[in-house]
Design a protein around this ligand. Structure first.
Ligand code: KG4
Ligand code: ZN
Length: 324
């Protein structure tokens, strides 16, 4: 089954063509980073307009990359939510229009489930496994019992990990997109320079607002031009990654599930990937998507349409939703 997927939930307009949920035939992403850079973050109205400008271009490019004609597509899929409403509408309406024109089904997809499915792309992973999903809007440990059967084991009670990365980057005057640049900066610093606290929370919770405040308190002790950015970045990154890995490992062991996978934009983080790999020495099997499938993309949408679509009687009546 060949599915064309469209992603437009936030600041990337993407189209991809994937066979049987795993084999990527085309993957096209148009990032809006350059446009939102000047505002220091994503402006929803501008993002939606940019999706409109780009959506047909990325779809055409996907056909070209896959050397395929639209008639050969078996279904058209898009992210239905969660995300920015105006942005989601662009992808959803494009996919529905294509499904009408070519008389093929439309499939709606949940953005978080799609991030999980990024691990199936060009890989042999099969459930059950435990997935640490870390993105700009979410932080969850999910028990994926089967392709369409998942249970949330833990989630954040305040900020998402990506959100904290972006906020701490801003505190340190590291420009947008903060997460990836802070990750780079951390390599130049000493992770023992600052001893940032770990939140005391319940087994099924994460909390990062205290860590954010602790960073702010340290930053305020320095003149703007003298902030020890690299040491703060390294110490912050060490604390947050350690917290994520420890909890994911503990929850996996409790379930006697020894396969752990990463997903979401923060799964591109170098320290998180390194610590995940180290778990192999303790007998865990580990997976992480290729970097291009960690941040928002449409290949994961097409994979999710195959493995874990939103179940509904008439998908053409499916509407976008902003929150999960
Ligand atoms: O999954 P994603 O592309 O969009 C959402 O669904 O939210 O995730 C974006 C988030 C941003 O907060 C970004 O700063 C963060 O992922 N991110 C990173 C890295 N690359 C992207 N955070 C830490 N280290 C990275 N290398
Ligand atoms: Zn995402």
């Amino acid at each position: 089954m060949i599915i064309l997927g469209i992603e437009s939930s936030c600041d990337e307009t993407a189209a991809a063509i994937v066979k049987d949920g795993r084999e990527v035939l085309a993957n096209v992403v148009s990032s809006q980073i350059k446009i939102h850079e000047q505002y220091g973050g994503v402006v929803p109205e501008i993002a939606a307009r940019e999706h409109l400008n780009s959506v047909n271009i990325v779809i055409k490019e996907a056909y070209k990359q896959a050397s395929i004609i639209p008639d050969k597509i078996d279904a058209f899929a898009s992210t239905a939510g969660p995300g920015l409403t105006g942005c989601l509408l662009v992808g959803l309406n494009a996919a529905k229009a294509l499904s009408v024109v070519y008389s093929k089904p439309y499939i709606g997809v949940n953005h978080l489930s799609a991030h999980v499915c990024a691990n199936f792309l060009n890989s042999d992973l099969t459930p059950p496994f435990v997935c640490l999903l870390v993105s700009g809007g979410h932080t969850q440990v999910i028990y994926v019992k089967d392709y369409d059967n998942q249970e949330i084991l833990a989630s954040t009670i305040d900020d998402a990990v990506g959100e904290v990365y972006d906020k701490v980057a801003r505190l340190c005057s590291i420009p947008y997109p903060g997460g990836v640049l802070l990750d780079k900066k951390a390599h130049e610093g000493n992770f023992r320079a600052f001893n940032f606290p770990e939140a005391k929370v319940k087994k099924d919770e994460f909390s990062f607002s205290g860590l954010k405040t602790a960073v702010l308190r340290e930053v305020k002790k320095f003149e703007k031009d003298n902030i020890p950015k690299a040491d703060i970045a390294a110490s912050f990154q060490h604390r947050i990654v350690d917290t994520l890995i420890k909890k994911t490992k503990k929850l996996s062991l409790e379930l006697n599930c020894k396969t752990i996978v990463l997903s979401g934009g923060v799964a591109a983080n170098s320290e998180l990937r390194k610590r995940l790999l180290e778990l192999q020495k303790e007998g865990f099997k580990t997976y992480a998507p290729e970097l291009k499938y960690c941040t928002d993309n449409a290949a994961m949408v097409a994979s999710c349409a195959y493995f874990n679509p939103i179940k509904t009687e008439n998908s053409m009546l499916l509407e976008v939703f902003s929150r999960d």
